[in-house]
Design a protein around this ligand. Structure first.
Ligand SMILES: Nc1nc2c(ncn2[C@@H]2O[C@H](COP(=O)(O)OP(=O)(O)OP(=O)(O)O)[C@@H](O)[C@H]2O)c(=O)[nH]1
Length: 581
């Protein structure tokens, strides 16, 4: 609450501001001036100084200084017949009593106002009206305060007293705020700050900012409220005004909460409550605890919310009132519910965890089962593949063997005469070439070749038929095979033509063999169902001499010529090739 002394000079404005912002120094300064001046001071000046000292004493709760100021003012009033000094003493006492809840306070203010009713000085009138405005406001009677405040404002406006207008607008704001006229109160505080600014009372601008901040909070203008409260806090901490700084801190925390910064606001409030407790400012602590309780509840710390509310009740001495009990009961119920919710949520969380663990174990078991299945499948595949490979290898081996047999068979077939089953012309040529390619040792008997041709075989075919002719060919083959022993080799080299190859036999033995074969053939007995009386053959014999016969071709030609000679000579005979030379 601001109080002022009627003055117009700028230096007086500074004096008035000091009474609010630095009351102790002002009291000391006034005492010095009064001591120095003694009785030489003009009564008006002395009154101004004592008024300043009195307001500073009220602002700093300095009862001794207040008593001194009021005594001196009363003394001045008596000595100088100054009713204004008497009114000043009355207003100071009234203000002190109202602030301390003494019911007589308002009456004292009205009596003090009555003392200056006869005054014509507009400054005194504006001052007195403001003192009444202030008394009603302080006594929380806004309906009575506001009209008087308007009169005081008009008076100061007429005097162009910006400081005074700042004082009145501030009280107007307080009165409007107590009527819950938030917007009007904010507007009044803004005007108060503007007047103080013009009066160069910067610290009061900041102080009223505290009041404005509270309105801004109610209007939802949290950022603006915070800026004002932070500026106030800075100034209050600098001046060591602990109570005001706690008030600003509370407003900052409220602004943070309004901006959704609940944890930050709660932490700030807790710290402020600790400081208030340490400073023993119980009146202020009650409100702060209630704010902290709401913030604790906001962040879910219901235990703390309940503790704060109980502490506030103890300090307020209202714990037994039904309203307070209701507040506590509600909080306890909410706390119990919250605890239950927390336990339920913890249980749910634990269940979720177990569920998650169970699912993880199941998933792991499933993963392992799938892995084992995959492994088994892979093993089975490997076994099947291995089996298939063995089978394929076995089949390939069998196939290879069959192919080899078939190839051998084909090779054998290629060298065998299909009708008679003995060696054919190709086999004969191979054997003869091998023989001729082998070593020729001097003194060893010559190889001998016999070419055999059936006589008149065309006639046989013609007379008994071609199939029977085939039988004849097989009969002769059987005979030759049996009659020609090792090391000689028999082959059918043409239709009715055979060759006998006799290695290292010598011509004489060859001739003997030929003669034996010819004679044996002529004596063959034909089966009964074969209408052939006699079978004869002609034979050409050629030894391999290395001169006339140098290779297989010339050797064959020589034997063939000998055979031709045998045919020409009448058939059924043997002819030696050398005889043809
Ligand atoms: N049944 C039968 N006849 C064959 C086969 N190969 C050849 N001949 C016959 O043998 C006969 C050979 O006749 P030629 O060359 O005229 O001689 P040839 O009748 O034996 O008279 P010379 O040799 O002069 O005594 C032909 O009639 C052929 O058809 C065969 O595999 N089976």
């Amino acid at each position: 609450m601001l109080v002022a002394v009627p003055a117009a000079a700028a230096s007086m404005d500074a004096f008035r501001e000091r009474a609010v912002t630095n009351p102790h120094s002002l009291i000391a300064s006034v005492r010095q001036q009064l001591d120095r001046a003694g009785t030489a001071l003009p009564p008006a000046r002395e009154r101004e100084l004592l008024w300043g000292m009195g307001t500073a004493a009220i602002n700093s709760n300095d009862d001794a200084a207040l008593a001194e100021a009021t005594l001196r003012l009363d003394s001045l009033a008596a000595v100088a017949h100054d009713p204004v000094a008497a009114a000043a003493a009355g207003f100071l006492q009234a203000r002190h009593d109202i602030a301390n809840g003494i019911s007589a306070g308002l009456g004292e203010a009205l009596q003090a106002a009555n003392k200056v009713l006869g005054q014509t000085d507009p400054r005194i009138m504006a001052w007195a009206r403001y003192q009444l405005c202030d008394a009603y406001t302080l006594d929380d009677k806004p309906d009575k305060a506001l009209p008087v405040c308007q009169q005081a404002l008009a008076g100061y406006r007429a005097l162009n007293d910006e400081f005074g207008m700042g004082d009145v607008e501030n009280d107007t704001g307080i009165a409007l705020a107590s009527q819950d006229k938030v917007d009007d109160a904010a507007a009044a505080y803004v005007r108060s700050r503007e007047h103080y600014a013009k009066a160069k009372a910067g610290q009061l601008v900041v102080l009223v900012g505290d009041n404005l901040a509270k309105m801004y909070l109610k209007q939802g203008r949290a950022r603006e409220a915070m800026a004002l409260s932070q500026a106030s806090l800075k100034q209050e901490l600098g001046a060591g005004r602990i109570s005001d700084s706690l008030d600003s801190t509370t407003d900052i925390a409220l602004a943070e909460a309004a901006l959704g910064q609940h944890r930050q606001a709660y932490a700030r409030m807790r710290e402020a409550v600790v400081r208030a407790r340490q400073a023993g400012i119980n009146g202020q602590l009650i409100g702060m605890l209630q704010v902290e309780s709401r913030m604790a509840e906001q962040v879910g710390d219901l235990r703390q919310a309940l503790d704060d509310e109980r502490e506030a009740s103890r300090l307020n001495d209202t714990a037994d009132t039904p309203a307070q009990r209701l507040v506590e009961t509600e909080l306890e119920q909410r706390y119990a519910t919250r605890e239950k919710e927390l336990r339920i949520s913890e249980l749910e969380h634990a269940n979720e965890l177990k569920d998650l663990q169970l699912r993880a174990v199941k998933a792991e078991a499933e993963r392992r089962r799938e892995q084992q299945q995959r492994q088994r499948l892979a093993n089975a595949m490997i076994a099947i593949l291995a089996g298939a490979l063995s089978l394929i290898v076995g089949l390939l081996v069998l196939l290879l063997r069959a192919q080899r047999r078939h190839a051998a068979e084909l090779r054998a077939q290629a060298l065998r005469d299909p009708l008679t089953g003995i060696a054919n012309r190709r086999a004969f040529q191979q054997r003869a070439s091998e023989l001729l390619d082998g070593p020729h040792e001097a003194g060893i008997a010559a190889h001998v070749l016999l070419l055999i041709d059936i006589d008149h075989f065309k006639s046989i075919n013609d007379s008994i038929g071609h199939p029977q002719g085939d039988r004849v060919l097989r009969i002769l083959t059987d005979y030759l095979g049996g009659a020609v022993g090792a090391p000689c080799f028999v082959a059918r080299i043409g239709g009715e033509e055979f060759a006998v190859l006799c290695p290292r036999t010598g011509l004489a033995a060859g001739m003997r063999l030929a003669e034996r074969l010819r004679a044996g053939t002529a004596e063959l007995t034909m089966p009964d169902d074969l209408p052939l009386e006699r079978l004869t053959i002609s034979i050409g014999v050629a030894p391999f001499d290395g001169v006339r016969c140098r290779d297989l071709s010339s050797w064959m030609r020589a034997a063939d010529l000998a055979l031709y000679a045998a045919k020409s000579g009448g058939r059924d005979r043997v002819m030696e090739s050398r005889l043809l030379d």
